[in-house]
Design a binder for this molecule. Structure first.
Ligand SMILES: *Cc1c(COP(=O)(O)O)cnc(C)c1O
Length: 414
């Protein structure tokens, strides 16, 4: 049976323990929500000060060149690339995940159409994060060319559903609610065998699990930087277009940043060669600059080391909850199998929202997702084994004493 002393010992031997000092976390908080909004790298404060006071305040418009503002989406994309198995000049950090998904889906539909394929179906999961479904519905409805979004209820349906009418399979690699992780290689191969393209959303994967986009045969991908990558609230997202698809990649948000000669101010759009064609317009530079502070921390370690600790943390959490809260109606929704698990764990409880509110009031910050799921994110860069122990003890205490308000009111955003 694991004890708190065991956890202290594991922390003392943890090769990643020193990285916690790269983050500013408030005292008295056990932060298990880095899958929703990553913690702040300490460096971000000085970096923001520099961007605002020096680059904006002093250097003014010259900073587009002297501070490299114009190149930021590509520079950050290249720093992010090794974390997701992307090559040089295949990623840009820009816009939002929703917008990048729109571009990726539109590009994929276009690639299929220019191949003369009469494929009109976008396959995705009903359990996908809603914006992904909404964007697919919005695009397909707006195009008004008979495109339909087909929602499946289980991964097992994929082999039957993906067929000759499938244009694109669009999946979120790690499910936001359950933490279920798809097999990227096998599912990409399945899509390709049927002549479909596959678009992956890496919102809960980038910086959380090792990824090999090129090696696994993905076609296009998008993802978030404000979750596991610690880029800051609302930080721009990313889009990956592999070299093999770049020449055929065209997207409808053809703004001047994606133009071959943006400063020629020509009246006709001509896309630039390469990943730059995934850009649209002027970027939120201050927010974009913060992304670099998170990526710098990742450069101190490897995704393999992070994955090892992530699995150890989630294993420990599952083990402790099941042992120490065994008398309570908790249901694990996250796969036990390592290969199918992301870096988060969800448990249902009939009063999940109330229990989570009580946890947050006592400094254990996770979050709640319908239906009845308490969601806990584990971020090996700054979460310790002892914190996992302490979080479970606080959960046990709340449950044992029924110290939660079943009428707790929902916040608009949690
Ligand atoms: C977090 C998340 C998003 C967020 O999209 P925004 O455009 O940043 O609001 C999209 N898709 C998935 C799967 C997510 O988990």
């Amino acid at each position: 049976m694991t004890t708190r002393t065991d956890c202290l010992q594991r922390d003392a031997q943890d090769p990643l323990a020193a990285l916690r000092d790269r983050f500013d976390l408030p005292p008295g908080v056990i932060y298990l929500d880095g899958n929703s909004l990553g913690a702040r790298p300490k460096a971000a404060l000085a970096r923001a000060q520099h961007v605002i006071a020096r680059e904006w305040g002093h250097d003014l418009i010259r900073s587009w060149n002297t501070a490299g503002w114009f190149d930021l989406p590509k520079r950050l994309g290249n720093r992010l690339a090794p974390l997701i198995g992307a090559g040089e000049d295949e990623v840009v950090v820009t816009d939002t995940t929703s917008l990048n998904l729109f571009k990726a889906l539109a590009a994929a539909l276009h690639m299929q159409a220019t191949d003369g394929a009469e494929r009109r179906v976008i396959v995705t999961e009903r359990s996908n994060f809603p914006t992904d479904i909404y964007m697919a519905q919005g695009l397909s409805g707006w195009l008004d060319r008979g495109y339909v979004v087909k929602l499946i209820d289980s991964v097992e349906e994929l082999p039957d559903v993906i067929g000759a009418d499938t244009a694109v399979v669009m999946l979120t690699h790690v499910n936001y609610r359950t933490g279920y992780q798809h097999d990227m290689r096998a599912t990409s191969a399945l899509a390709h065998a049927a002549g479909a393209l596959i678009v992956w959303d890496l919102a809960h994967s980038a910086g959380a699990v090792p990824l090999d986009l090129n090696g696994d045969g993905a076609d296009l991908a998008v993802g978030c930087t404000y979750k596991y990558l610690n880029g800051g609230p609302g930080a721009p997202a990313f889009i990956w277009v592999p070299r093999r698809h770049q020449a055929r990649f065209t997207q409808p948000l053809s703004g001047w940043w994606g133009h071959a000669a943006p400063f020629a101010m020509a009246p006709d759009f001509a896309p630039v060669d390469g990943i730059g064609r995934a850009l649209c317009g002027t970027q939120p530079v201050v927010s974009l600059a913060m992304v670099e502070c998170g990526l710098e921390v990742f450069e101190q370690t490897s995704m393999a080391a992070l994955r090892q600790k992530s699995l150890a943390l989630t294993d420990l959490f599952i083990e402790l909850v099941e042992q120490r809260c065994a008398d309570h109606p908790l249901g694990l929704v996250t796969p036990r199998e390592h290969a199918r698990r992301g870096s988060q764990v969800g448990f249902t409880h009939p009063h999940g929202y109330a229990v989570m509110s009580a946890l947050i009031a006592r400094g254990v910050i996770g979050d709640y997702r319908e239906p009845a799921i308490m969601r806990f994110g584990f971020t090996p860069l700054y979460t310790s084994y002892t914190e996992v122990w302490d979080a479970v003890e606080i959960l046990r205490d709340i449950l044992d004493r029924q110290d939660y308000d079943v009428d707790a009111k929902r916040d608009a955003v949690t």
